[in-house]
Design a protein around this ligand. Sequence first.
Ligand code: AMP
Ligand code: FE
Ligand code: FE
Ligand code: ZN
Length: 292
Amino acid sequence: MRIDLHTHSSVSDGTDTPAELMRNARIAGLDVVGLTDHDTFDGLDEAAAEGALQGVQLVRGMELSCSRQGSSVHLLAYGADPDSPGLATEMARVRDGRLGRLAGVLAKLAALGVPVSEAEVMAQVGDSPSVGRPHIADALIAAGHVIDRQEAFDRFLADGGPAHVPRYTIELERGIELVHQAGGLAVIAHPWGRGRERLLPPSVLGILANDHRLDGIEVDHQDHDADIRRRLRSLADSLGLLPTGSSDYHGVGKLDHDLGCNTTDPEVFYEIQRRLARAESSTNRLPPQTSR
Ligand code: AMP
Ligand code: FE
Ligand code: FE
Ligand code: ZN
């Protein structure tokens, strides 16, 4: 069984529609796919419907923009209820922040001699509710300023880069709490990718596991080399965290992230399903809301 638990669609900064993603998942020989668009659940129903046609099981996910000490940390949420008020309110704030920073980024790009207009960016965003830097990168490509998204990030948009503007994110501990309140599981995405090892050292991951009931960490991810994967796997083992694996597929938007290039062990996936079933049954046991 081949399980890829972290992918993106055009509902955020991927390039496949949710239905195309599920068709491509079948072609890639996947049995289970987690769709985890940034800060939105909007693609899940379309993906589930196409998944049923393709014989690919959908895991309902989302990648939440969190931060620790001012640096970005991505938190994967599995099986969280989109209507949970706390989570929904915070996700809306994050999406507002994504749009709100756009003018600042565009002013910096203009000053750097690579102007693009808000309309050019919004043409790339389409009807995605989650405006991302990759969309700005796509506008820079369309305007002929860069060749691909990677060049746009390397020259301008990366964290701390000359056109980077911070946006609203959720404190990591609070993000974990909101996901749990929504009945979901919380797994830190690519915890040690792009130099984040110092931000999330073993001691911090230990506190998150023990005091905040973090469920898991992504181990097999393209941003982790073999040594990082080995050390994260042993850390997950000693802390009782579920080790997941994924492609973090973005369609043609990210090179070397083909569907299924990393996968999650079936035993880990079964444990995720067991925990979600438990969360669901404990929600169902709550006394029914009085209705008028
Ligand atoms: P945003 O969601 O707008 O903060 O942009 C973050 C997204 O841009 C991530 O989810 C990745 O898809 C992509 N990204 C972030 N940093 C880089 C980087 N250094 N190189 C390439 N892509 C990146
Ligand atoms: Fe992304
Ligand atoms: Fe991420
Ligand atoms: Zn991702």
